[in-house]
Design a binder for this molecule. Structure first.
Ligand code: SF4
Ligand code: SF4
Length: 162
């Protein structure tokens, strides 16, 4: 969905958003119950746990050290995401954009840690979310409220959607 600002080649070399430090576990991808059930059957090594009306990967036990900087990889990343478009979480397709509760409403915000997007002017991202891309994200969030997250300090607000 963000192909105008992110190329597949840039992401293939990075993988940052498919691995998680303990402090980033709030960001693990969310699956609806049907998809989680289907993927559990197809990939028995991938564990899921409920979160906020949906399911997310359970990688809490995948850390080998006490180092807070250690990253645990999403089980669906094997030299790139192995999930097809129908199973890939919407959240993954819009990262580093996030729908967050903000000032009593909802906003599309930018996760500031993507090394590619963080180099782009905020105006480029605002222009993107003020168009059809933002409309689609807002529509999905309204019909799938489990993707809505609490606002995090330091995340630029790109568009208020309600
Ligand atoms: S952090 Fe950014 S550049 Fe890296 S894989 Fe994720 S979206 Fe792509
Ligand atoms: S589901 Fe795919 S895109 Fe999403 S975090 Fe896992 S490997 Fe990355």
């Amino acid at each position: 969905m963000l192909s105008s600002v992110l190329s597949p080649g840039e992401c293939a070399e990075c993988r940052f958003c498919c691995s998680f430090r303990r402090q980033s576990l709030w960001e693990t991808p969310l699956f609806d119950s049907e998809t989680a059930e289907k993927l559990s059957a197809l990939y028995p090594d991938a564990r899921f746990k409920p979160r906020g009306g949906a399911y997310t990967i359970d990688i809490d036990g995948n850390y080998g050290t006490d180092d807070p900087e250690e990253e645990a990889l999403c089980p669906f990343n094997r030299n790139g995401c192995i999930l097809g478009a129908e199973d890939k979480p919407f959240d993954c397709s819009i990262w580093p954009l996030r729908v967050m509760r903000y000032n009593g409403g909802l906003a599309i915000c930018l996760t500031p840690t993507c090394p590619v997007i963080s180099q782009k002017p905020l105006e480029v991202m605002r222009e993107l979310v003020n168009g059809e891309t933002g409309d689609r994200i807002a529509g999905y969030a309204r019909s799938h409220p489990f993707i809505i997250k609490e606002y995090k300090e330091g995340f630029p607000v790109l568009r208020i959607i309600s």
